[in-house]
Structures are given as structure tokens and as C-alpha cells.
Design a protein around this ligand. Structure first.
Ligand SMILES: [Zn+2]
Length: 83
């Protein structure tokens, strides 16, 4: 997915909850406040900077850490076989 908003716009935007900086998400679909763990969606090129509309990122993070532990277990097993 292409980046829908400019870096300049991201620079001037702030999280409405903590007034902190936001960053464009990896897939370009929204703006992320790491402090609040919220993702503000970009709809039709317009960032929706509303706490009520923001998505909580914790579910997503939980999936990533679960994957990490599975991967670590696999790597550990591989090491045992190599010795
Ligand atoms: Zn925030």
C-alpha cells in the first residue's frame, strides 16, 4: 500500500491524547503513537486524529511476541541438532 500522506504532514501532527509525536505505520495505513499504543487510521488520505476512533495496538503486539517465542524455540531446537 502506498503512503497516502506526506512526511511533512506527519511531522506536524500530534497524538490528541498525549500531544506526543506520531509515526506512520509500517504499512502506511495509519499513524502510530507509541506512548499510548494507539493507531490512528488514515481514511481517504485524511488522518483521523481522534482517540475514540483510534485502534489499540496491543492485540497486534501480542501476536508478534507469540511468534517470536515460537521462532526462538525453533532456533534453540536447531542448535541442539547441530551439536
Ligand atoms: Zn499518545
Amino acid at each position: 500500500m502506498a503512503q497516502e500522506i506526506s512526511d511533512e504532514l506527519v511531522e506536524v501532527l500530534a497524538c490528541p491524547r498525549c500531544r506526543g509525536r506520531v509515526n506512520l505505520s509500517l504499512n502506511g495505513a495509519g499513524l502510530v503513537c507509541r506512548a499510548c499504543r494507539l493507531l490512528y487510521e488514515i481514511r481517504e488520505g485524511i488522518p483521523v486524529m481522534l482517540v475514540e476512533e483510534a485502534r489499540n495496538m496491543d492485540d497486534h503486539t501480542a501476536k508478534i511476541s507469540k511468534y517470536d517465542s515460537v521462532q526462538k524455540a525453533r532456533d534453540a531446537r536447531r542448535e541442539i541438532f547441530q551439536e
